[in-house]
Ligand binder design. Structure first.
Ligand SMILES: [Mn+2]
Length: 173
């Protein structure tokens, strides 16, 4: 059975698709702008799921971040990509998906020099499931009070992924 490499959608400054690229090839020290998403998952008590990226990941290994992120495949909707990554990374089903920051875009450089450069709409969702992390994606997780996370990220931004800090700073009250 052949296994095609995971692909991402290249976009222009306006967010229009202009091509596709292999995920592994696009993330370099000069990463082309591409389409992604971030998802912040809450439990029914209003706690937010934060995750620590696996130590084996190529970018931001071991860094605490939002619940999960990903890249929609060519032809895949954001909603389908979110459902796929929720299962793959955390073994959870998410519901009540809401688009919170539709125009979020960022560029960041990780400690090894690899660049992220994404148009990355930010969503929130609910789960009633107990996460079962995929160890190749997520090293550990915690349920936190959103206000406490926002305060922590504001006072110690270096302890979190850069996109999480930027997303929380734009979170509507
Ligand atoms: Mn990316």
């Amino acid at each position: 059975m052949t296994h095609l490499p995971e692909q991402v959608v290249l976009v222009d400054d306006a967010g229009s698709a202009i091509g596709v690229a292999d995920k592994i090839a696009v993330h370099t020290e000069d990463t082309a702008l591409h389409l992604a998403f971030s998802c912040h998952v809450y439990n029914p008590d209003g706690q937010l799921l934060v995750t620590r990226r696996a130590l084996s990941k190529l970018t931001w290994p071991g860094v605490w971040t939002n619940s999960f992120c990903g890249h929609p495949a060519p032809g895949e909707t954001q909603e389908a990509a979110i459902a796929r990554r929720a299962q793959l990374e955390l073994g959870i089903t998410v519901t009540d998906l809401q688009l919170v920051i539709p125009d979020f875009r960022y560029r960041a450089i990780d400690a090894s020099g690899i660049v992220e450069n994404e148009i990355c709409p930010v969503y929130r969702a609910i789960t009633v499931d107990v996460p079962e992390p995929n160890p190749s994606e997520v090293a550990e997780f915690a349920w936190v009070e959103p206000e406490q996370l926002r305060a922590a990220a504001a006072s110690a931004p270096y302890a979190f992924s850069p996109w999480l800090g930027w997303q929380l700073s734009r979170w509507p009250d």
